[in-house]
Write a new protein. Structure first.
Lengths: 100, 170
C-alpha cells in the first residue's frame, strides 16, 4: 500500500511548481493556471487525509475548493478580458497603474 | 514494488512533468493542454484514494468547464505579441530559489512529521455505502449551510464576471 506522506510529498511538489509559475511568469493567463495547480495540490492533500481517516469531510472540503477555483477562474478571466481591452497587454509587469 | 505503487509513481510523474510544462511553455494554448494532462493525473490520484465522485467532478468541472473557459479567453486575447516577448520576470532566479527553499522546508517537515507522528498506511477498505452516497449525505446534512454559501458565491462570481467582461456599463 501507499503511505500517506507520499501523497503529501506529491502535493508539496505540485504546490511548489505552482508557486514558481506565479512568481516567475509574466503572462497573466499562465499565472492564473499556476493558481489552479496550487489549488489542485491542496485537493490532493485534503483527499489523502480524507482517505487516511476514513471520513468524507476532506472530500467535502475539496469540493468547496473546486467551487472556489471555478469562481476564481471566472472572475480572473473576466478581469483579463477587461484589462486587455484597456491596456492591450497580458504581461503582469506592464500593468503598473497603481505603482509609483 | 506493488501495482498500486507503480500506478502512484506513474501518475505522480505525469502530473509533475506536465505541471512543469504548464509553467515553461511559450504559447498559452500549449500551457492549457498540459494543464489538462495534469488535472487528469490528479484525478487518477483521487481514484487511487477511493474518491470516485471527486474524480468525476475533476473531469467534468475542471477539464470540461474551467479549462474550456481558459481556452476561450486565450483565443479571445490576442497573444501574438506576447509569444515573442520574454516569458519570465527579471527576478526569476530569486523567485525560483525562494520557491525551492519553501519546498525543501515543507518536504523536510513532512518527512520528520511522518517519523514523529507515525502517519500510517492509507486504509484499503472503502467507506460503506459507496463514496458518492457518503459524500451526498455529508454535503446535504452536515454541510448544508456551507453548500448554500458556496452557491451564493458562484452567483456573485457569475454576476461579477458578466459585469466586468461587458463592453460598456449604462
Amino acid at each position: 500500500m501507499i503511505p500517506t506522506h507520499w501523497y503529501l510529498m506529491l502535493g508539496t511538489a505540485l504546490f511548489t511548481i505552482g508557486v514558481i509559475g506565479v512568481l516567475t511568469r509574466r503572462n497573466v493567463i499562465v499565472i492564473l493556471m499556476s493558481i489552479e495547480l496550487i489549488l489542485n495540490a491542496v485537493n490532493v492533500n485534503l483527499v489523502a487525509f480524507s482517505d487516511y481517516f476514513r471520513s468524507v469531510d476532506g472530500q467535502v472540503f475539496a469540493i468547496f475548493v473546486i467551487t472556489d477555483a471555478a469562481a476564481e477562474a471566472a472572475i480572473g478571466l473576466a478581469l483579463i478580458i477587461a484589462l486587455f481591452r484597456n491596456k492591450e497587454t497580458v504581461n503582469a509587469d506592464e500593468i503598473d497603474l497603481l505603482k509609483w | 514494488m506493488t501495482l498500486p505503487q507503480i500506478a502512484f509513481f506513474f501518475l505522480s510523474a505525469v502530473a509533475l512533468a506536465s505541471a512543469v510544462m504548464v509553467i515553461t511553455r511559450r504559447n498559452a494554448v500549449h500551457s492549457v493542454i498540459w494543464l489538462i494532462v495534469t488535472l487528469f493525473s490528479v484525478g487518477g490520484v483521487f481514484l487511487m484514494l477511493h474518491a470516485e465522485f471527486l474524480f468525476a467532478v475533476q473531469v467534468i468541472l475542471y477539464v470540461g468547464g474551467i479549462m474550456v473557459l481558459f481556452l476561450f479567453v486565450v483565443m479571445l486575447v490576442n497573444l501574438d505579441v506576447a509569444v515573442k516577448q520574454a516569458q519570465f520576470t527579471r527576478q526569476w532566479q530569486l523567485a525560483l530559489a525562494t520557491a525551492v527553499m519553501l519546498m525543501a522546508e515543507l518536504a523536510y517537515g513532512i518527512y520528520r512529521g511522518h517519523e514523529g507522528f507515525t502517519l500510517g498506511q492509507v486504509s484499503s477498505a472503502p467507506i460503506s455505502g459507496g463514496n458518492t452516497q457518503a459524500l451526498a449525505l455529508a454535503l446535504y446534512q452536515d454541510y448544508m449551510l456551507p453548500v448554500e454559501i458556496a452557491s451564493v458565491l458562484l452567483l456573485v462570481a457569475m454576476v461579477g464576471a458578466v459585469v466586468m467582461a461587458k463592453r460598456k456599463l449604462e
